[in-house]
Design a protein around this ligand. Structure first.
Ligand code: FES
Length: 92
């Protein structure tokens, strides 16, 4: 093992975890659509920020959940209309 070179200024992780119907998960709250739209908008604003899908971030009841690293910012109940504010938070 070795430390890897970091190729991005920040990484935005979007939980797209799926569970069976009837169980709460970010996928049930349309997080995959959020991921796709956020990826496009962030690429337009700053290509040095990576947006990646991830599994459960432990905030299932308040999803959709995203994490902004290395800022250690977690956001819950995220919706598509929050994308401009997310970009603003990333650029702080
Ligand atoms: S399913 Fe997304 S935080 Fe747990």
């Amino acid at each position: 093992m070795r430390k890897a070179d970091i190729q991005y200024k920040k990484i935005v992780l979007v939980c797209v975890n799926e569970r069976q119907i009837g169980s709460t998960s970010c996928a049930n709250k349309l997080s995959l659509d959020l991921y796709n739209k956020l990826k496009i908008k962030i690429a337009e604003s700053d290509p040095e920020i990576r947006v990646s899908k991830t599994g459960c971030l432990g905030n299932c009841l308040s999803g959709a959940t995203i994490a902004i690293m290395p800022d250690n910012v977690y956001l819950g109940e995220v919706k598509e209309e929050d994308i401009p504010e997310i970009i603003s938070i990333i650029n702080k």
